[in-house]
Design a protein around this ligand. Structure first.
Ligand SMILES: [Zn+2]
Length: 544
């Protein structure tokens, strides 16, 4: 039998001092996946990872110690917590052993517990093929969960989806309506979307369209697909090389449309695929030199600039929202907007529009009004020295800032002050777009909501326009000099130049990629060749 004294040492005992995290954690309903790493990790490594089963007495002890030792663990959630701790692919036997223990003492595992068990089956499925018996256990659990509740909550839906995709028949397709069910309360999670999309890419051809549909849907909802989704497609293409040129080009276009960076894992798989079918695909890792020159093929990446026609569409759409839908200047009064428009008609066009408050605060908010005013004046001087016509947007309270610096701003730029409650970016975008295609703006704001509200078609055009025209302040040196971040003039996402794809990738998958315009350090230079020989289906074995 396991040494119960060791177990007592691992777990905190009721009444003893608790770690500080408990103070903030115990009020929220805990999710097993988000448990504090310290002692539960120790339980995992010192006990669970060494055993395939525990005796009834040991499980009772583990269960009771957790309930006694952690304020946020109670009789209702302790079982899911335990299964959350033994969730590694090789701990399926132990997880099942725990559920058997629960049943043996006459208690019925709740939905959260069974859901956790399905996740352990899924983890095992990603390591090895599941046996027939294991698959029917999964289906049995899914059926019982669905039979008990007409509508499942989002996390149960996600768990059932993870169970269904781990089986080999058509049952996984029952996950699609569950995804719809999740939409009743919120946007389905990346995990749920990814699990289904991965499966749809993995199985036979007719489901490919479903996979592409889900991929598009999740990207539009700003849920970046997990690496496994792309890997499932690439593994499939390794076996069905006839489809490779068309499907891979579809994938690259998808990455371009949604400005998605794949991870290094996916980049490596692409290179492997390339060495497997060199007649179809040629892939090199590369870096960019000055002015966006690919060090592999020596071509320059495409300029980010948009066409005259695209600019016309963009500014018309934005101005239409200002004039007709009136949902842009939401925080300003109609009088203020009218006064601003009149001001712009009189003083435009500008070469650069500066968000004064954004500049003032960009080196920290603890500056004196004098320092902030001086900073704005320095940025104005930066553009005046290049003979640029400048508009500075500010707030009423800036009138009280340093007279001398504000006097410089006033006499070297047009200055428009809005009420202290207004948002600055609508004014900034209006004045910049109204001034024409060559006009730049100065702000660190990422303009996310404006990009979003323009809709799926105009959003990428807005982002390219933004990248080409946005300047911002990096820092101010000790001597008062400013360092200005200038726009990167070439494209930063996957795109094609003269038949060659350039695809940026990042070290690791992140569910929340930044919207800033940083140049990715790592790129792939990919040449997709047309299939010249008759389509052949090769039976190469691949690893998942
Ligand atoms: Zn290249």
């Amino acid at each position: 039998m396991y040494n119960l004294r060791l177990l007592r040492n691992i777990l905190p005992i009721a009444g003893h001092a608790h770690p500080r995290w408990l103070a903030s954690q115990h009020k929220r309903r805990p999710q097993p996946g988000s448990l504090p790493p310290d002692r539960l990790e120790q339980l995992r490594s010192d006990l669970f990872e060494r055993r395939e089963e525990l005796s009834g007495a040991e499980w009772t002890e583990v269960r009771q110690s957790l309930v006694d030792g952690y304020k946020h663990i109670n009789g209702h959630n302790v079982d899911a917590v335990i299964l959350g701790v033994c969730s590694a692919p090789n701990q399926l036997a132990l997880a099942k052993n725990y559920v058997e223990f629960l049943r043996s003492r006459g208690s019925k595992p709740n939905a959260a517990t069974l859901g956790r068990l399905l996740r352990v089956y899924n983890a095992a499925y990603h390591e090895r093929p599941l046996s027939e018996a294991e698959q029917s256990e999964i289906l049995q659990i899914c059926r019982s969960l669905q039979a008990e509740h007409e509508t499942l909550d989002a996390s149960s839906c996600e768990n059932v989806i993870h169970g269904l995709v781990a089986t080999s028949g058509d049952d996984w397709q029952r996950g699609v309506p569950l995804l719809e069910m999740m939409k009743v309360t919120s946007t389905p999670s990346v995990a749920a979307y990814s699990a289904l999309t991965e499966k749809a890419f993995h199985v036979a051809s007719p489901e490919q369209e479903l996979a592409w549909l889900l991929l598009e849907e999740m990207a539009t909802a700003r849920k970046p697909p997990k690496c496994e989704v792309y890997l499932a497609l690439l593994n499939r293409l390794a076996n069905e090389t006839a489809q490779l040129p068309a499907q891979l080009s579809r994938l690259l276009q998808f990455l371009e449309r949604h400005e998605i960076l794949v991870s290094q894992r996916v980049a490596i798989r692409l290179q492997e695929l390339s060495s497997q079918v060199p007649q179809l695909l040629h892939t090199r890792t590369t870096h960019l030199g000055a002015l966006g020159k690919c060090q592999s093929c020596q071509q320059h990446l495409q300029p980010v600039a948009i066409s005259d026609e695209e600019f016309r569409q963009l500014s018309e759409c934005f101005l239409e929202r200002v004039l007709i839908r009136r949902d842009v200047f939401q925080r300003s009064t109609p009088e203020e907007v009218a006064r601003f428009k009149k001001f712009v008609e009189k003083t435009a066009p500008y070469d650069c529009v500066i968000d004064g408050l954004n500049v003032a605060y960009s080196t920290g908010t603890k500056k004196t009004p004098q320092q902030m005013a001086k900073l704005v004046a320095t940025v104005v001087r930066h553009f005046r020295e290049q003979d640029k016509r400048v508009l500075v947007l500010g707030r009423e309270h800036m009138r009280n800032w340093s007279k001398q610096a504000m006097h410089y701003v006033h006499s070297n730029a047009s200055l428009f002050l809005t009420s202290n409650l207004s948002h600055d970016d609508p004014f900034l975008l209006y004045a910049t777009l109204r001034s024409g295609q060559e006009t730049d703006f100065f702000s660190r704001d990422l303009m996310r909501s404006h990009a979003f509200h323009l809709g799926t078609e105009l959003k990428p055009i807005f982002r390219r326009w933004q990248q080409e025209h946005q300047f911002s302040l990096v820092t101010q040196t000790q001597t008062g000099q400013i360092i200005v971040k200038e726009p990167v003039r070439h494209r930063l996402c996957a795109h094609q130049v003269a038949g060659t794809w350039h695809v940026p990738y990042c070290a690791q998958y992140t569910p929340h990629p930044t919207d800033s315009f940083e140049v990715p350090a790592n790129w792939l230079c990919i040449q997709l060749k047309e299939q010249t020989t008759p389509a052949t289906k090769t039976k190469t074995k691949t690893t998942r």
